[in-house]
Design a protein around this ligand. Sequence first.
Ligand code: HSE
Length: 306
Amino acid sequence: MDYLKIFSPATVANVSCGFDSLGFAVDEIGDTMTFIKTPQKGVEITNITGANLSYDVDKNAASAVVKKMLLDANADFGIQLTIHKGYSPGSGLGSSAASAAGAAFGTNQLLNHKYANLALTKFAMFGEEIACGSQIADNVAAAIYGGFVLIRSYEPLEIIKLPVPQELRLVAIRPQIEVRTEDARNVLPKEILLKDAITQWANVGGLISGLYSNDYNLISNSLVDIIVEPHRKKLIPFFDEVKNAAIQAGALGAGISGSGPTIFALCKGDKIARNVYNSIEKSYRNKGIDFELFTSKINQEGIKIL
Ligand code: HSE
């Protein structure tokens, strides 16, 4: 294989209660990337569209991953890369992760599937570090594995793929402001109360149990974040209004997607998702901030070859 075109999906990390440890992949939006095998070694980005990102191989999350993998595999070829960003960085939908994970997946194809998904996730986490300073796995793992994932452990890395209830739908609103992941991490407290930790880990357990048992009530009761959301919502204008609008229209729950500013809502079925979409739309209209709104199924397959 000398040429490859892929789609790498956007992702929703944290899913309210699971900071840095839960994520899922989105069906509707993502990055399109191409990979061309070249006889000369090394990596080159030949085109980036859809966002203003660095062409410097060591500073771009995608090319940095390609370079690391080719070196690790001692490859006797190089790769030319193009990246079309389907949505902008700083949105909280795993933009750098889609590029980093797509880079790992695409390079692995040209390396004849040398690496398994866990290794690809580790390479992609390196790209996340380039982009936001931390080796976070929730977005990249969701893009690579598809569906819902749990980062059961970081050291050593262990990823559990979770089931996706059939009727689960996503509604997300992306206010056109940028929140840098690094900044959103800096507003978080270094220590939390034991009683808050108890509430939070009980909700993670409840959410995962709900996914396994298709129990939408349990999913709804568990989509609660008392640790991160109270600090980060201050960075997102009208967060409470949107969340209330979603819940009132029948959403199972709503919260901050990754590090924001995107706000996500999970719903049971298309009809409720439509109501939630309309209700959120109404709540953000006339607020003076441009926004994009979309609904999506949960992406079950992750990155795919086009
Ligand atoms: N779990 C990470 C965070 C995702 O919330 O900071 C970064 O997009």
